[in-house]
Design a protein around this ligand. Sequence first.
Ligand code: PEP
Ligand code: MG
Length: 590
Amino acid sequence: MTFSLHGLPVARGVAIGRAVLMASSRVEVAHYFIEPERIASEIDRLRSGRNAVIDELHRLQLSVAQMGPNDAPHELSAMLDVHLMLLQDEALTSGVKHWITDRLYNAEWALTTQLEIIARQFDEMEDEYLRERKADLEQVVERILRYMKGVASPVAPPTTPRRKTQQDLLLDDTVDVPLVLIAHDLSPADMLQFKQSVFAGFVTDVGGKTSHTAIVARSMDIPAVVGARAASQLVRQDDWVIIDGDAGVVIVDPSAIILAEYGFKQRQGELERERLARLRHTPAITLDGERIELLANIEMPDDAPGAFKAGAAGVGLFRSEFLFMGRQGHLPDEEEQYQAYRRAVLGMEGLPVTIRTVDVGADKPLDRATKDEAHLNPALGLRAIRWSLADPAMFRTQLRAILRAAVHGPVNLLIPMLAHGSEIRQTLSLIDFARAELDNRGVAHGAVQLGAMIEVPAAALTVRMFLRYFDFLSIGTNDLIQYTLAIDRADESVAHLYDPLHPAVLRLLADTIAECRAQGKGVSVCGEMAGDVQFTRLLLGLGLRSFSMHPAQILAVKQEVLRADAGKLAAWAQQVLTTEDPAALLLAKG
Ligand code: PEP
Ligand code: MG
């Protein structure tokens, strides 16, 4: 039966595909298709994982039997029995084989898919004892996954299936249909993994519009909806799902008519993209001759060539923290970081690359495990520059790697979340220290422009102090809005209050831009506002001439720039700044 769910639209377009439910396993799981000739070896891999766990449990049973009755509680041996029984359960093994054989899922994906299905059956059970066996099943599956992690997969890395037309979709019901991912939550590190993967769109129960999960989805340029509440409980494995990333709507099990309607919308979106693609080589100049710099936000060095192709004038924000995530505590050393930054610099072919020092914390934990032990209020805690300054040796390692990469092309060094003069001075002296260390080692390094992010109201209110130390500023509106309005950007329950047009936010933005311009210093916006076409004219009117966004948004923003008269917009923007309801004025401007 058709039903729809509502969430927050985060990445535009329409995706139509079959649902893949992501089990909330604490073990990282890869998702990819295997070649048919690998079916047998994939089943073997699974069998070895399962047998290893059975052996382990048998050994445990033996040692329990050797203990005295006082040392070994009865519950322990009963639990081992239950786990062994679950491991040999037909529903688990035959189900997993089905996903591998008929769908060509890799073993880990097949296992977590089947876990999700059985877990739901447990949820529906009347008997409380049986319902609680779900946790045992999850533990057993996690044990298998951990064993399998130690066994290298013999198959090729993930591949992306070709995009299906609507006609294909209606006719074809085999393995090669698009898949959409439905999850309770996805960490930014999960998202990074999915960047290489097969999914045509995704939906999560939680998350805000500028949560980092949403940001990575936007960078993947696939339709996505977050904050869809109970989606992961209501959608079933394999359901047909339409994701409308423009409206924030998810339609489950659609009728043929609805499917046809969204197929049409999908095609229209593709045509619009083809039309915009023609603007790629058009310079971004307003009607009254103002040249506008459109830069790219990237997460990984390999995003750089795509940004270059999309016509970016450089990288305005390289979120370096993604190099640090999902590594179980082993942070990248200087050489690994240097190679990564160098790749990004070379990928931009002589255009400037702004590398932001690591910004972990808040909704960007280093590892999933660390999220569990997160501080009470992580967005206000040891995040970004605070984290870096708390470990100066680690910070200097990153600084040296960035300074070395500057030998290969123009590099700007950007520091996140500064608020205090003392933090600025400490940071600058560590940069000097890092330079001196390279000199002492006789290692080459290049000159960099130094920039600070303005994303804490305290920084926006002391821009003059910042400009005494820095060559340029970059306004992080995602956090500036979060901290000005006291709204957690990752929390869907307060998403309606997260308002880029709040007069307080606009005032901080306007004053920061005006002060930089008055002093002849560079200023850009690299938060999500910069890539949202509803705000392009307002930002132009406030005097902004440099915008940094996901590469996929550049052409749409350029179209707005080409239609704008910056001079006329300046007068209008002053009105927007002083009105009580800026949104109404923006709407009136059409
Ligand atoms: C911002 O806060 O606007 C920003 C660009 O940084 P991030 O989204 O990575 O916090
Ligand atoms: Mg930020």
